[in-house]
Design a protein around this ligand. Structure first.
Ligand SMILES: *Cc1c(COP(=O)(O)O)cnc(C)c1O
Length: 375
């Protein structure tokens, strides 16, 4: 019999890269987003001369009380409250959903990841309906889950029959949907949502942009009555806190104890929490900016429709998707970049002839339209 020592390979023959999980090895490499100032320097422009219309950030930033709260923050040397009690109490008042159903996170992104880790073992399935937000497929891949793709129809509405058939065939545990959807800005109708909730799976509804469709239309209040609905929301887009990373989710009561077990204890930092609470103390300032952005979205859509090579889709969100006809969408994006205007191009099926433009300030719309007319 061999001695145990002789069966252990020598240290030099072990390459740690061989130990990386196979589903990570086969993942596509991450494409980094260039920081704003780096891109400005590359384009030989000052950051304030760049029109950043590529990531749906709020062009007005957060309300002034956020700066005030951050500059007087006192307990940065103490770990934050693992249960985010003060923030969840403020969220309960804001959403009308009791705090027992609410979990705060480092952005909605963290809660997408946490939801996957709560449910998915390697090989188990989720349904994804592209074109949509990229993180659903991305996080599922990290879990080693199987991503069942049920593409949207030509108008970006859901193929509900296709989803029902896929549920019968693959028995997925979860479906992820954004409403309004990113990148088209379309709304998930009540009938579709009801049909999905009748299926044997958990429906994760991502409402990162619901404030731009009308805050009162959020489905977050349905969560306590439904056993299989999760609603995720964010402070990144409507509240201008993208850089601080804060979001929240409403989950069925039975899931909460398990979520508390698996979440990182200090996931929401003290600055993010204080800023979010400050925002919720006076939502009127933000309502004014949202109204301004909604009006600007309508004006932007009208002006884009007058550009001969663009076909904008009606949007209920903070961006407008356009089909580009008779020229290359990618080249259009690069030409705009040279003019200091950043927009989003997706090198993905169904979107290669599309661009997505975030709603900016009126002066940014005017500059964009002037360049588009000239190009
Ligand atoms: C921006 C975005 C998010 C991410 O929100 P964070 O709170 O910043 O993590 C989630 N879902 C969709 C559809 C988004 O566009």
């Amino acid at each position: 019999m061999n001695s145990p020592a002789s069966s252990v390979p020598s240290v030099s023959s072990v390459d740690p890269v061989d130990s990386v999980r196979p589903n990570v090895v086969t993942m596509e490499p991450y494409t980094p987003v260039f920081p704003f100032d780096v891109l400005a320097a590359r384009l030989d422009r000052a950051p304030e001369d760049i029109s950043k219309l590529d990531a749906n950030e709020n062009p007005y930033g957060p309300p002034p009380q956020v700066q005030e709260v951050l500059s007087t923050l006192r307990y940065t040397h103490i770990y934050p409250d693992p249960e985010s009690r003060a923030l969840r109490a403020a969220l309960a008042e804001f959403t009308g959903v009791p705090a027992d159903f609410l979990l705060a996170g480092a952005g909605a992104d963290e809660l997408i990841d946490l939801t996957m880790r709560l449910f998915l073992q390697p090989g188990e399935a989720i349904i994804n309906c592209p074109p949509t937000f990229g993180m659903y497929a991305f996080d599922a891949e990290i879990c080693g889950a199987q991503v069942i793709t049920v593409p949207r129809r030509d108008d970006f509405s859901l193929d509900v029959e296709g989803i029902e058939a896929a549920v019968c065939r693959h028995r997925p545990k979860l479906i992820f949907l954004a409403s309004p959807n990113n990148p088209d800005g379309g709304w998930l109708p009540d009938d579709d949502l009801e049909r999905l909730l009748a299926l044997p799976l958990v429906v994760v509804l991502d409402e990162a942009y619901v404030e731009f469709a009308g805050m009162q239309r959020s489905r977050v209040k349905m969560v306590p009555q439904r056993h299989n609905l999760i609603v995720l929301r964010s402070f990144s887009k409507w509240a201008g806190l993208a850089g601080l990373r804060v979001g929240y989710g409403a989950f069925p009561a039975g899931l909460m104890p398990h979520l508390w077990k698996i979440k990182q204890p200090y996931n929401v930092n003290v600055a993010a929490s204080a800023a979010a609470i400050a925002v919720l103390q006076d939502p009127h300032y933000l309502e004014m900016h949202i109204a301004r952005m909604v009006a600007e979205r309508e004006r932007l859509t009208r002006l884009l429709a007058e550009i001969p090579y663009l076909r904008p889709y009606p949007s209920q969100s903070a961006y407008v998707l356009c089909r580009v006809v008779g020229r290359e969408a990618r080249e259009l994006k690069l030409a705009l970049e040279q003019e200091g205007i950043l927009i989003r191009y997706f090198d993905k099926p169904r979107l290669r002839d599309h661009i997505r433009i975030s709603v900016g300030r009126p002066d940014q719309t005017d500059a964009l339209i002037a360049v588009l007319r000239r190009l």
